[in-house]
Design a protein around this ligand. Structure first.
Ligand code: BGC
Length: 771
């Protein structure tokens, strides 16, 4: 665990240059605007250890699969949202000496991620070999107002000399991915141009042929006076630069402002890319840095207005939760249904920047409560748009009649994952597609979505389950063999309780969708029946038979659900009895030893009890929690949040808080020792869930908002926000009261501790907190 980030309510602060943590800092200080993002790399040259990362959502390369032993059904490639052309470079030369923090003496250094206004600020004083000292202040952001643009203000002041400073702004498309399977470069040059006022590279992704034009323009002032530009132009393959030189006086600030446009063929015709980049640059340059920053701050204020969580009396917790919310909001804005949320967002290469079940299980609840419903809806539409591919994917595995298997990992709907025990067996993910639709509808009451898009997906998923189970003559019940549950430390099991449960639930919900669409949208229903070749009587009878006769492994003695058949045959050891030197198991044990053990990577039975809590009573939750948690090593970042929520539900606030801490500062304190690879963006939504659903006890019961707030003894108070059917509320919980303030004139109804409450538009409710 690291502890070098200074605690602060609104900022992530590194004081002093922690060279050894540079890769971690690069992850933590990442920026994004939903359309593009980048790691916290330096503008000026840095010859020390660094992982360069610039990413453009949706622009990917299908990197040829690399596996030891090919299995039929494996995908040909793993899609990677690849490291893209970089626009941040501004090399600096002072009287012939290059500024490089790896070789210069760094006298002081500070970087700050200003989460309130959405920018990255870095300042340092450096002494060059010649003894010349400069102070630098660099401010950078990806605009969330002009989401094809970014801007940098790079201010440099000579402290003990007067002399010439050369700036060389670059556009560099000659970039690599560290995780390239075959050490290939993914970009080729399609075009470039270099003239005063406009320099660009249009780079093309091999195979997918996406094109991206990255363009720059800039302005310089010395002591506030605008300088005429007379740059020296330079070019290389996939690279353009311009060098300008100014004469600077000791103590006078030179400001270099770099404007960048990043436009891609995802949104423009290839032939129009250069013009689009030119227009974007002209637009932002006319606005200027200060106006862009003011707009950025205003746009972020609106985001915080809907999504902030305020924690009083615990700065570390406050910083942790805001960092999570900030990362989620800069990763996905919901503007574009072709985009999604990679487990690392725009902060690193790991997981390829592509889509996992994390989105439906963890991220959808966040966006549902903190943004306009269209944001979560677009995440759902993304999967709807991939339905044909999911049907093809199931077809490759031998399923037919419209059965859909959504991929474990995807960018365009095709499966990318290539380990048989996950690709073919970790099929529980399919259920979370249905669950997300259910979640969306019960929050928004947008039932029309069912008829428009939801039905098709629910049908495809139900059809898959109906074919994936088989009837066991021996048990006289339906069973499901050869699966992997969310606990990836146990593969190829029979009857994973969670998978059987969500399969059966998906069929129940599909039936509800059939009934609803048929009753309320008869014409559309007829269309859907014809389009999907849906034999309602036969198929729904089959679903019902499975639902009524599904087998769920259960242990009578302990009165718990069994993670899978034979789970109790494993040697039963608790995590507390393991010598801590064995942890994390994934680094210290052979895979064989892990698979034979009873240790659980992440919530599995408990994932089911979390999703379907309303179908179980609290003693059942508690018995299962008490059995499974002590066997869980939480080696997925998605694990502690679910445990935190269930612990709060069963009244164990101490454990709930302990798990919350583990999830909330996971990256800031590098808890899992892997933040150098990028932040755990999707699990950040889980942290948010721990506060709202865990401590706040937020549920949707019978389509009504329900709150049962509790407060950790460590906090004085906390306030969270909920967007609920047109109303936006602030819910403040302290040790005396729950105060619910309606910030809109839309009235809201809800249950608080089970009692019905009516909240008038702009009204306030004060209810004593239940102890
Ligand atoms: C977890 C999966 C998750 C993936 C991406 C894995 O370690 O076990 O549940 O989908 O990471 O976050």
């Amino acid at each position: 665990m690291k502890n070098y980030i200074k605690h602060d309510n609104w900022n992530i602060i590194e004081e002093g240059f922690h060279v050894e943590n540079n890769r971690i800092s690069e992850s933590l200080f990442s920026l994004g605007n939903g359309r593009m993002g980048q790691r916290g790399n330096f503008e000026e040259k840095y010859s020390g250890d660094s992982m360069q990362g610039t990413y453009i959502a949706g622009v990917y390369y299908p990197d040829k699969t690399r596996v030891g032993w090919w299995k039929n059904g494996y995908p040909e490639y793993f899609a990677k949202v690849l490291n893209a052309p970089s626009w941040i470079g501004i090399n600096v030369e002072i009287e012939g000496e290059e500024l490089d923090l790896n070789t210069a003496e760094v006298i002081d250094f500070k970087r700050v991620l200003n989460m309130k206004d959405g920018f990255l600020y870095r300042t340092f004083t450096a002494r060059l070999a010649s003894g010349k000292e400069v102070k630098v202040e660099a401010t950078r952001f990806c605009s969330i107002v002009d989401d094809e643009a970014g801007v940098i203000k790079y201010a440099i002041t000579p402290l003990n000399f007067s002399g010439n400073i050369k700036f060389t702004p670059t556009v560099d498309a000659d970039v690599v991915n560290e995780d390239s399977n075959y050490d290939e470069k993914f970009w080729t040059e399609a075009a470039k141009g270099n003239e005063t006022g406009f320099a660009y590279v249009t780079a093309e992704v091999r195979k997918t042929l996406f094109q991206v034009t990255t363009a720059m323009d800039y302005a310089i002032t010395v002591a506030g006076a605008e300088q005429a530009l007379n740059p020296t132009l330079a070019e290389a393959e996939k690279f353009v630069s311009q060098t300008v030189e100014v004469s600077a006086k000791e103590g006078e600030e030179v400001v270099f402002t770099k404007y960048a446009a990043v436009v891609s063929s995802l949104n423009h015709d290839k032939a129009a890319l250069v013009d689009a980049a030119k227009a974007e640059l002209a637009k932002i340059k006319a606005k200027g840095f200060d106006a862009m920053l003011a707009e950025q701050a205003e746009a972020w204020a609106s985001k915080w207005e809907l999504s902030d969580i305020k924690i009083e009396g615990d700065v570390a917790a406050q910083q942790g939760i805001r960092f999570n919310i900030f990362q989620l909001n800069q990763t996905y804005t919901g503007e574009d249904a072709r985009l999604n949320i990679g487990p690392k967002g725009f902060t690193g290469e790991k997981y390829g920047g592509v889509t996992y079940w994390d989105t439906e299980a963890y991220c959808v609840p966040f966006y549902l409560c903190t943004a306009d419903p269209k944001v979560a809806r677009n995440l759902l539409v993304y999967r709807h748009n991939h339905l044909e591919r999911a049907i093809e994917n199931a077809g490759k595995l031998g399923f037919d009649n419209g059965a859909a298997l959504y991929p474990m990992v995807t960018i365009n709907g095709e499966e990318c994952h290539n380990e048989w025990e996950i690709t073919f067996e970790e099929i529980h993910r399919n259920g979370s597609m249905s669950y997300a639709i259910y979640n969306y509808i019960r929050h928004t009451q947008d039932y029309a979505y069912l008829a428009e898009y939801g039905f098709d997906v629910l049908l495809g998923v139900a059809r898959f389950w109906a074919q994936r189970v088989h009837f066991s003559e021996h048990k006289n019940q339906y069973v499901m063999h050869g699966v992997t549950g969310p606990n990836e430390f146990d593969n190829n099991v029979d009857n994973n309780w969670y998978t059987n449960y969500i399969a059966s639930w998906s069929m129940r919900y599909a039936q509800e969708a059939v009934d609803y669409v048929k009753a309320n949208h008869a014409d559309r229903y007829a269309e859907l029946v014809a389009k999907n070749n849906f034999n309602e009587a036969e198929e729904t009878a089959k679903w019902k038979d499975i639902v009524d006769n599904m087998y769920y492994p259960y242990d009578e003695k302990r009165d718990i659900f069994l993670q899978a058949d034979n789970f109790l045959d494993k040697e039963q050891i608790l995590v507390k009895d393991l010598d801590p030197k064995h942890l994390p198991l994934v680094h210290n044990w052979s895979w064989d030893r892990i698979l034979r053990s009873n240790f659980i990577k992440q919530a599995d039975v408990l994932q089911g009890l979390y999703f379907f809590e309303h179908e179980f009573d609290v003693p059942t939750l508690k018995r299962n929690y008490d059995f499974y948690e002590p066997r869980t090593v939480h080696e997925s970042s998605l694990s502690p949040c679910v445990h935190s929520i269930i612990a709060a539900r069963i009244g164990d606030m101490e454990r709930a808080y302990e798990f919350y801490l583990r999830t909330s500062r996971l990256d800031l304190d590098n808890y899992n020792e892997d933040s150098q690879d990028g932040c755990h963006t999707t699990s950040m939504a889980g942290t948010w869930m721990s506060v709202i659903e865990g401590f706040g006890g937020k549920r949707v019961i019978d389509e009504q908002l329900s709150l049962e707030p509790q407060i950790p003894s460590e906090w004085e108070a906390y306030t969270f926000k909920i967007v609920w059917r047109g109303a936006t509320m602030d819910i403040r919980v302290d040790h005396e009261n729950v105060t619910i303030k309606n910030n809109t004139d839309v009235a809201a109804e809800m249950l608080v501790y089970g009692a019905k409450q009516e909240l008038a538009g702009n009204g306030e409710l004060v209810i004593p907190v239940k102890k």
